[in-house]
Design a protein around this ligand. Structure first.
Ligand SMILES: [Zn+2]
Length: 162
């Protein structure tokens, strides 16, 4: 029984990842870039509105990496954001509710005092990505000890290396 329940949990988690777009290739690319630049961060903070992908708690900054199709990047700027011609009304409603949810979550997290940088899937390969991240975040903390020093109760295992 327990094994079956575990399998259900695993399946459900996988399904949620697909729907919510967690750990997608564009997100992994941004995480790799941040890590290369020396930033340390946490992932998918479930205590914050919208469970932002990448979280910098001390800075109160978060990064969301959004798929252009599912989150409707501007159709003027992005050819990935085209709504399918068949079942068009259904898609418009479906994608529209995603956009609405994104907007509500963004408002809610900003109301808590957080800054959020949104990176669209089609922007991940831009040459200027690193500069954009650095401008948003400020200097990386070069030594792990600095961050640990800021909060001695923080547990080492909470640091994720990607
Ligand atoms: Zn796009």
């Amino acid at each position: 029984m327990e094994r079956i329940l575990n399998q259900v949990t695993v399946l459900r988690r996988r399904n949620m990842q697909a729907i919510r777009g967690k750990n997608t290739a564009p997100e992994l690319a941004v995480r790799r870039e941040l890590h290369r630049m020396g930033y340390r961060f946490r992932l998918h903070a479930s205590d914050l509105p919208g469970r932002p992908d990448i979280v910098f708690r001390r800075r109160m900054k978060a990064i969301e990496v959004r798929g252009c199709f599912w989150h409707r990047h501007s159709a003027f700027e992005c050819r990935n954001a085209v709504v399918p011609k068949s079942r068009r009304e259904w898609w418009l409603a479906k994608l529209g509710s995603n956009v609405e949810r994104d907007r509500r979550n963004l408002e809610a997290i900003e109301a808590l005092g957080w800054d959020v940088l949104i990176i669209w899937e089609c922007e991940v390969a831009d040459a200027g990505l690193g500069r954009r991240l650095a401008t948003f975040l400020g200097f990386p903390t070069s030594v792990k000890g600095n961050e640990k020093g800021a909060n001695p109760h923080r547990k080492e295992r909470q640091w994720l290396s990607v």
